[in-house]
Structures are given as C-alpha cells and as structure tokens.
Write a protein that binds this ligand. Sequence first.
Ligand code: XMP
Length: 518
Amino acid sequence: MDWSKLHEDRVLVLDFGSQYTQLIARRIRESHVYCEIHPYNASLEWIREFRPKGIVLSGGPGSVYDPGNPVLNEEVYSLGIPILGICYGMQLMAWQLGGRVEKAAHREYGGAVVDVDEPLELFQEIEEKGVRVWMSHGDHILEPPPGFRRLARSDNSPVAAMGDPDRKFYAVQFHPEVAHTACGRTLLENFVFHVCSCRSTWTMKSFVESVVRSAREKVGDDHVVCALSGGVDSSVVAVLLHHAIGSRLHCVFINNGVLRKGEARRVQRVFRDHFRMNLVYVDASSLFLERLAGVTDPEKKRKVIGNLFIELFEKEAAKIPRARYLAQGTLYPDVIESVSFKGPSATIKTHHNVGGLPERMKLELVEPLRELFKDEVRQVGRELGLPERIVKRHPFPGPGLAIRIVGEVTPERLAIVREADAIVMEEMEASGTYDHVWQAFAVLLPVRSVGVMGDERTYEQVVALRVVESVDAMTADWARLPYALMARISNRVINEVQGVNRVVYDISSKPPGTIEWE
Ligand code: XMP
C-alpha cells in the first residue's frame, strides 16, 4: 500500500549523508507538509512519479573535490521543480551549475553570524543583520553560478546564501534544520510555502483518515493479527487498525513473565475493556521463567525470550482462521536506515520486532506507521484516544526486566527489580521528571554488600538507578536529577523492597556505556 500518495503536496529530501538529514524532514513535517527522505541517487523516473513540489539537497560529510563524491543527476535541475541546497547541497549546486567553489583550508564548525543582502522569498520575515546560524562545512562558495544572486554573507563565507528566483533555486551554507539556527523554521517555511507553494495538509488527523481508508481497501474482508506489547508503537498500530477494520483485527498479548508491575492488567483493561478489541491474552510467565532458569548470558536470555515468544505467537495466530496479514509498528527512522545513502547504521529495534515471522507464517505485512517519526506516532495515539500513560511511555525492551537483572533471572530477583522499577516510575511521575528524560529504570546487580539496619548488620543486594537523556538512543547522557528526587527513590527502594540495602546512580554516558546493563 502506498500511503504517501495520499498527501499531494510533498517535499523530497535527497540525502547526501548528513547527520542532520532526518531533522530536515522533521522540521518540514512540523510545518504540516508531507516530506520523505530518499538517497541522493534516486532515479529521475522515480522522482517524476513522486511528484514533489520541492526538493531539498541535504548536507553531507564530503567535499565536491573528493574523488567519488556523491553528485546529483544533473537532469534534476531541468525538472522545473524548486530546489533548496543545504551546506554540501549548496556547494554541489554551485559546482554543478557553474559557480566557483573553493576548498577551504579548515572546516568552519559552530555558531556564526550572517548578514542578509537581499531577502528574496527565502529570507522573508527574517532580520537582515546579525542572523545567528549553525555552520558545519569545509568548502565554500566564492561566486554563485550564472543566474544566481548572493543573498547573504558571513565573515567566513562570502556567499552564505544564494538564489535564482526565476528557476526557484535557493541554497544556504548553514543548517536551517538545527535548533541553533534561530530563523531556521521560518527559512524552511519560506521555501516550502512561498517558493514551492505547498499547502499544509499533513496533520495527524488527515493521516489517520487516509490510513484508515487505505487499510480498509488493502485488507478487504480478510483478518489481521497484531502482537501487542503495550508499548507506544504496537498500541498505536492496534487502535489505528481497530478503527479501520474493527473486529477483523486480532491482538495477541503474551505475558512473558518479565513485564512491569501491573502491566498485564493494564493492557487488558485498555484494549479489551476500553477499546473493546479482540484480545487474546496468553499468560506464559511460568513457561518463560522455566526456560530462563540457569541462563546468565544476556544474548542467551534475549534468544530464549525471543524464540519462545515467536513459538507462542505463531501458535495463537494459527487459531485465527482467516488471518492473512500481520501488523507491525515499523517507524520511518527504521525505513530510512535501510534505504538511505549511509546504508544501514546501528539499528536498535530489530531485536524485538517479530522478524522472520511473516514469511514463516505466510502472512503479508501491514505497517501503517512506516511514514511516521516517533513524535508523530504519539500524536496519532492521542488523536485516537489512547491514554496519556501509553502515549508518553518510555521505550521498554522486548526482553523486559530480564535484561535489567544482571545474572540469572529467578522469581525472587524478578520481584525485587519489579518493585524497585515501580517505585522509580512512581517517583519520576510524581516529580514531573518522567516526561523530561528518555528512560528511567532500576537494574539489579549480582553483588551483595554490607549494610546496617537498626542494630543489625545486613548483607544484601544492590540496585542501580539508570536515568538518561537522549534524542534517539544512539547516544545518551545520564540525567542530572535533583538530589532530593534521588534521595527519595533510594530511601523508598531500600525501605520498601526486601533484600536491597544499597542504591547507586549510574553516571556513564553512551558511548562508551549502553543504556541497558543487560
Ligand atoms: P542500549 O542498551 O543498546 O539501548 O543503549 C538502546 C535503546 O534500545 C532499547 N533496547 C531494546 N528495545 N528490544 C527493544 O525494543 C530490545 O531487545 C532492546 N534492547 C535495548 C533500550 O531500552 C534503549 O532505549
């Protein structure tokens, strides 16, 4: 199903490998214009068929003078579509269209100040003097190509922006997509609305309407199975499809024994009682714990849980007679990672998706969130009436609490980490801190240490508190929590969780650490 066809006014971002490419698409979508990222060498036929109203050439790590540098098919310049070049995208335009590009002796990186000479459409409603922008480039432009005018300059960039209003080609040396460029949003909106004449039709309401319509068309009278985990993505997929096909959606929720406190009950309450969905609940907690007995290696734990999950899910799905589709919560960043110029970079999600299942079970995939960024998924969830608690949920690994117990998973150790986790959640929420961090959780360490309680000497277990800030989980830093909050969590865990006499705070960043301990 080609969901993207549903949004007529759209912008194409061609990716030359910049770390900021995703941000360009996010910013444009925040202005309610649909936008997709594709590799820089997307074919001309494909671009024509995609019918973008504007094309953005992203930045990239290279220099136009590097041998083998990625270049744009020059015929793209003849399509009559407005183009905005950013950083490397600008140098490339200048180089390919006959301007003068100079290889810089050293890279300019960081904040810079730009003065606007001639606003044209691009700099409308932006100050003319002292515009603060973010630069990160090697080469720079000495002279714009024929037909272009210089629009702005900075101390280090004689041509910090250029434009050819007749062909509707514009380019900027700085990065309008990053937050440090204060006027960035206005500049991108000027391009999208004034230069490309896009209308803002991309809203989550319109997304829901169109996905519901096309899901109905695609699925027809068939039935769909969906593995529900209680996380944001699978929950949104479920309500979205339920909206579209009602009782022909069958959700399977497997209790793998390593869920959070109260989670199994909560999921059933929301999806079966509130939304009135077909929900198959399988309590396999004892089976999972049996198979986990004696396993200490983190990879092995993941495998045991993953394999048993697939085995059980397959069995349940086989009981749904007319199932032809499997619904999955694949998101846009996963899609970009697999198609982009950079090639697949480290993915964080593959391990928990039910990979391999669709072929084995002869099911076709339905992935209604393929076009969405995470914050858009949350908005869709809200639009469909999912409780805030689910919409705002932190990521939670598929192998659950099992990888938050270092060493063997036993019922006793599980009870400790589950109680400690519940206290961490309660305190993070009560203090209003939950929404400001990426993840917060407790880890049970395989260590005992000496303590005193009353007059007695104790020799008990240690819980590590892990709270991190991050934007995409690829890098993370430990959160500078208020001492009072740390103290409250520590006191409560030690007093309320039997078997724990010490709480430590993890102050490692990623890299070199990871978020989970495993
Ligand atoms: P690490 O520990 O590698 O984690 O820094 C990065 C992010 O991925 C989450 N994570 C998982 N998510 N299934 C998931 O759905 C998993 O098996 C899994 N392992 C780690 C982790 O919580 C963090 O947000």
